[in-house]
Design a protein around this ligand. Structure first.
Ligand code: F0G
Length: 316
């Protein structure tokens, strides 16, 4: 069950490299079919669900897993249901899940509650769970690590990656290990949703980066093991720092990613790194037009006359 996922661009980031004093590359996972890295894992998880005779798939999601699950379920002819925290997912992700015909359930609760409930649901009903607690998801997502090493001809020194439910950092580490390499993993959480940094769950996680608004990651131990084994670190970045990096990526590197993705660049700018550094930009900026419009400059109204157009264009 494929939509043509993977093989995403790895672009050099000259402006960031200069600013950080390292060789920075951006792996743009927003180029996947549904606009996020989730597709790498979803192709495997939904294919496996079909092979196992499942009739329906379900997930809890902050938005991207929902969009991806809905798309692959549609392609597979399976029913899809996604449970998202009410009012806390980006508009584009909601539109995607609905357009692919999934049942979209807005839970009056957060992601952590949604995940606990779907785990209970699949105990009661024969529905395939396609969250990253599903091993097939990680098997697919680890391919990002293969691509980076293939393209650079060797492993990077450091991988910067945003962390929410902690499946992706776990998957990338698995990929690097299978490749026989061990870059340092620098994981970044939003300061208001940083359970792995504090070493305890966060009851009411809050951040502008809605994709990583998670207080009790399912892959907690796996992620901490990966970070320790790689001699890396999990650290926090504030919403302000995330939004600054988000804007810099758009204006200086020509890459529009979503705020959660920018968290890893915010971390790189804040804490630094040495050598060859790859940042994983996990999702496309178009997913969350509201945050972009809040952050960016306003549009310039203009009368249909040449003088007015001239003034507007030249900013005079
Ligand atoms: N970046 C984006 C854009 C995401 O959507 C997510 C997770 C992450 C980073 C963090 O990855 O959870 O594997 O540590 N989104 C999930 C979802 C939780 O439901 O879409 P993680």
């Amino acid at each position: 069950m494929t939509l043509g996922e993977g093989d995403t661009p790895l672009a050099p980031a000259p402006w960031l490299s200069k600013r950080v004093g390292a060789e920075v590359w951006l792996k743009f996972e927003g180029s996947n079919p549904t606009g996020s890295f989730k597709d790498r894992g979803m192709t495997v998880a939904v294919s496996a669900a079909v092979a196992e005779g499942a009739k329906a798939v379900v997930c809890a999601s902050t938005g991207n897993t929902a969009a991806s699950a809905a798309a692959y379920a549609a392609k597979a002819g399976l029913k899809g249901a996604v449970i998202v925290p009410e009012g806390k997912i980006a508009t584009g992700k909601l539109a995607q899940a609905l357009m692919h015909g999934a049942r979209v359930i807005a839970l009056r609760g957060n992601f952590d509650e949604a995940l606990a409930l779907v785990r209970e649901l699949v105990e009661r009903r024969p529905i395939a769970l396609v969250n990253s607690v599903n091993e097939y998801r990680l098997e697919g997502q680890k391919t990002g690590a293969f691509e980076v090493c293939d393209e650079l001809g060797e492993a990077p020194d450091v991988l910067c990656i945003p962390v929410g439910n902690a499946g992706n950092i776990t998957a990338w580490w698995r990929g690097f290990q299978e490749y026989g390499v061990a870059p340092r993993l620098h994981g970044y959480q939003a300061a208001g949703a940083a359970p792995l940094v504090h070493g305890r769950p966060v009851e009411e996680p809050e951040t502008v980066a809605s994709a990583i608004r998670i207080g009790n990651p399912a892959r907690w131990e796996d992620a901490m093991d990966a970070v320790t084994a790689s001699r890396g670190a999990i650290r926090a970045v504030t919403d302000e720092e995330i939004l600054e990096a988000y804007e810099l990526l758009g204006r200086r590197e020509g890459i529009f990613c979503e705020p959660a993705s920018a968290a890893c660049v915010a971390g790189l700018l804040k804490y630094g790194a040495e050598g060859r550094v790859v940042c994983v930009l996990t999702g496309h900026g178009l997913k969350d037009p509201q945050t972009a419009l809040r952050q960016a400059a306003s549009v310039i109204p203009c009368e249909p006359e040449i003088e007015a157009v001239e003034r507007a264009v030249l900013g005079e």
